[in-house]
Design a protein around this ligand. Structure first.
Ligand code: SF4
Length: 348
C-alpha cells in the first residue's frame, strides 16, 4: 500500500512539474518560486492496526447501521474521527455514555479488562478494535502475572494504551516507569521476580535506555526478546532517521495526542534535524519557520491517512519549485483481519 502511495505521489509531482515547465515556457512567472528538495519518508502513515480499527468501525456501521458508539477516538487523528462521525459513529470517552442497545467499538489502543466486563454485564454488542500487537502485550502481562512476576510497564502515564495494558491486571500490580530516573525510584516486591513490558509506540532509543536501566538494577528481570515497540513505530522512526540528517526542516503529519507522531518529531530532532514541526494538516504549517529552507523532510504518524500527506505535498508545490524524492527504508505488507463477527456478516 505504501509503495503504491509513493508511486502515486512521485507521479503526481512529475505531472505537475511538466505542467509548470510549460507554464514557465509560456512566461507565466512560475519559475520565481524558490527551489525546494522534498524528502518523503517511507514507510509513513497508516499501520496495519489503524487500518483494521478504521475498517472495523466502517463495517460495524454497515452491519448495524448508525449510530455505532466508539469508546475513545478510534485512532488519534481528527480527520479520521470526523469522517467516521459523518458516517454515523458516535465517539464517547466512557462506556457509561453508550446506550445498552447500540453496538460499541473499543479503540485500537486497547481497554482495561473492566470495560468489556461491564459491556457483558449490560448485554451490549461490542467489537474490540484493539491492535493485535497491543493485545500481544496484554497476553504477555497476564502470562508473567500468572507466573508470579510483578510487572513493570515502560510507557506514558495516562495514554490510553498504557491505561488499557495496566488494566489487564489487578490494580497496583503494574508499576509504570517513564524514564531511567523512575527506574531508580522503583520499590518492588521481590527484585528477583520481575518482568517488563512496553507501550508499542515509544521511541526505540529512549526505551532502550530505560530497559538498560531496568536490567542494570534488576539483572534477573524478564522481558520481551526486544521491546514491545511495534514494527510500524520502529519502521517510521528508522525512515525519519534516514532523512533527518539531510533536511533543514522536518514535518510530521499527525495529531498532538498521537504518541507515535510525537515520537517522530523527537527522533527527527535527535537525528540531527534542527527544526521539526508536528502538523495535523497543511493549514497548520508554519511557513515562516520554513523560510529560506532548501530541503524538507515529510512523514506521517501511524494514525495519519495518506490524503493528508497529499494535501501537505500540494501546499509545498503551490509555494515552491519542488523536487520530490522518496526515501524508503523498509517495505510493509502486514495486514490484520477484522474480528469474525464482521467477517461472517459478509461485509469484510
Ligand atoms: S502503531 Fe503499532 S501497535 Fe499501534 S496500532 Fe499501529 S501497528 Fe498496532
Amino acid at each position: 500500500m505504501s509503495a503504491q502511495n509513493d508511486r502515486q505521489q512521485v507521479e503526481t509531482f512529475r505531472r505537475h512539474r511538466e505542467d509548470e515547465d510549460m507554464d514557465e515556457a509560456k512566461g507565466s512567472g512560475m519559475s520565481k518560486r524558490p527551489k525546494l528538495a522534498v524528502y518523503l519518508a517511507a514507510p509513513r502513515g497508516f499501520c496495519a492496526g489503524v487500518d483494521r480499527a478504521v475498517k472495523i468501525v466502517e463495517l460495524a456501521l454497515e452491519k448495524w447501521g448508525a449510530p455505532v458508539y466508539v469508546r475513545h477516538e478510534i485512532v488519534h487523528n481528527r480527520f479520521v474521527v470526523d469522517r467516521l462521525r459523518a458516517l454515523g459513529a458516535v465517539f464517547v470517552e466512557s462506556l457509561d455514555d453508550c446506550p445498552d442497545d447500540r453496538p460499541v467499538v473499543f479503540s485500537a489502543h486497547g481497554v482495561p479488562k473492566s470495560v468489556p466486563a461491564a459491556a457483558r454485564r449490560r448485554n451490549m454488542v461490542f467489537v474490540d478494535a484493539t491492535c493485535p500487537l497491543v493485545s500481544k502485550v496484554h497476553i504477555e502481562a497476564e502470562r508473567h502475572h500468572k507466573n508470579g512476576l510483578q510487572m513493570i510497564m515502560v510507557g506514558h502515564a495516562g495514554h490510553p494504551e498504557t491505561v488499557g495494558t495496566m488494566g489487564q491486571l489487578p490494580e497496583g500490580e503494574v508499576l509504570l516507569v517513564e524514564s531511567p530516573a523512575d527506574v531508580a525510584g522503583l520499590q518492588v516486591r521481590d527484585p528477583g521476580r520481575l518482568a517488563y513490558i512496553t507501550q508499542t509506540t515509544l521511541s526505540v532509543d529512549d526505551t532502550g535506555e530505560i530497559v538498560a536501566a531496568l536490567r542494570a538494577r534488576f539483572p534477573q528481570i524478564s522481558g520481551p526478546h526486544k521491546e514491545d515497540i511495534c514494527y510500524a513505530t520502529t519502521n517510521r522512526q528508522a525512515a525519519v532517521k534516514a532523512i533527518a540528517g539531510r533536511v533543514e526542516a522536518l514535518l510530521v503529519i499527525g495529531a498532538p495526542n498521537s504518541s507515535n507522531s510525537r515520537r517522530l518529531v523527537e527522533v527527527g530532532k535527535a537525528a540531527g534535524c534542527g527544526y521539526a514541526q508536528l502538523v495535523q494538516n497543511a493549514a497548520e504549517i508554519d511557513w515562516r519557520a520554513l523560510d529560506g529552507a532548501r530541503s524538507v523532510g515529510i512523514t506521517a504518524g501511524a494514525s495519519a491517512p495518506e490524503v493528508l500527506v497529499t494535501e501537505v505535498l500540494e501546499a509545498f508545490r503551490a509555494r515552491y519549485d519542488t523536487a520530490l524524492q522518496v526515501v524508503e527504508t523498509a517495505r510493509e505488507d502486514i495486514e490484520f483481519k477484522v474480528p469474525r463477527v464482521l467477517r461472517e456478516a459478509g461485509v469484510g
